[in-house]
Ligand binder design. Structure first.
Ligand code: FPP
Length: 232
C-alpha cells in the first residue's frame, strides 16, 4: 500500500468519556497521529492524509475552533525539527485562504523546510471534497478559456482535470480508515477515493493503536481490488 487516508473521528467522545474538555481529545488525537505516522513508515506506506478540519467544522463553538487552530499552530512550531529529522514532508490541502494569515505563513514555511522528506503527511484543513472539486473546476475552466490545447498534454480528460486538484502529484488513497463507528465519507477526498477501499472501526481516534492499525491493514490485504475491471 502506498497511500493511507484517515478520518480521525471520536476525539470529542474520547474526552467526554473522561470528563475532560473536548480540546483535550484533540490533543490526544494529535498524539495518535504521530503514532500512526510511525506505523505507516514501518509498514512501507509513503503517504498519509488526515482529515483535521472540514469546511463544516467552522460551525463548531468558537472556543473549539480557536482551540483547534492553536493546536495546529503549536503542532507546526513544535514538530518542525522532528519532521525534518524523520524525513517527513508536510503538506496541506483545503481552502487555506480561510485560515489566519499567521497560520498560512507557518504552514508555507513548514512545507518549504520539509520538502525533501520522502514520507508525506498531508493534512486536510478547511477541506471539503466538493469544495476541492469546485475550485479545481473553476481553475480548469479558466485555463480552458485561455488555451484548450493543454488537455492534449495529459493522458485523459480526467487526468487534465485532476491536475487542478490540491495535491495532483499524490497517488489516490488505497485505503481510507474512519474511526469511532461512523460509516460516512463526510466530504473527504471525494474525487481521489473513487477506487479506494474503506475500513471502519469503533475505536475512537485517540485510542487508535498498533493493533487497530494492523487489523485495518489485514482487512485491506484480503480485499480484491478490481478497479472496475474483471477478474482474470
Ligand atoms: C473529529 O472528532 C476530529 C476533529 C474535528 C479534529 C481532528 C484534529 C486533530 C486530531 C488535531 C490534530 C491534527 C493535527 C494535524 C495536529 P470529533 O471532535 O468530531 O469527535 P466526536 O465525534 O466524538 O465529537
Amino acid at each position: 500500500m502506498n497511500h493511507l487516508a484517515v478520518i480521525m473521528d471520536g476525539n470529542g467522545r474520547w474526552a467526554e468519556k473522561r470528563h475532560l474538555p473536548r480540546l483535550m481529545g484533540h490533543r490526544a488525537g494529535a498524539e495518535a497521529l504521530d503514532r500512526c505516522m510511525h506505523y505507516c513508515k514501518a509498514a512501507g506506506i509513503r503517504y498519509l492524509t488526515v482529515y483535521a478540519f472540514s469546511t463544516e467544522n467552522w460551525k463548531r463553538s468558537q472556543e473549539e475552533v480557536s482551540g483547534l487552530m492553536k493546536l495546529l499552530s503549536s503542532y507546526i512550531s513544535s514538530k518542525e525539527k522532528t519532521l525534518v529529522k524523520e524525513g517527513v514532508r508536510f503538506r496541506v490541502i483545503g481552502r487555506r485562504s480561510d485560515l489566519s494569515e499567521k497560520l498560512q505563513k507557518e504552514i508555507a514555511a513548514l512545507e518549504e523546510k520539509t520538502k525533501a522528506g520522502d514520507f508525506t503527511l498531508i493534512v486536510a484543513l478547511s477541506y471539503g471534497g466538493r469544495d476541492e472539486i469546485v475550485r479545481a473546476a473553476l481553475r480548469f475552466a479558466e485555463e480552458y478559456g485561455r488555451n484548450s490545447s493543454f488537455i492534449a498534454q495529459h493522458a485523459s480528460l480526467e487526468a487534465a482535470f485532476g491536475s487542478f486538484l490540491d495535491a495532483p502529484d499524490v497517488p489516490d488513497p488505497d485505503l481510507i480508515i474512519r474511526t469511532s463507528g461512523e460509516c460516512r465519507t463526510s466530504n473527504f477526498l471525494l474525487w481521489e477515493s473513487a477506487y479506494s477501499e474503506y475500513y471502519f472501526t469503533d475505536a475512537l481516534w485517540p485510542d487508535f493503536d498498533q493493533a487497530e492499525f494492523d487489523k485495518a491493514l489485514e482487512s485491506y490485504s484480503k480485499r480484491e481490488r478490481r478497479m472496475g475491471g474483471r477478474l482474470k
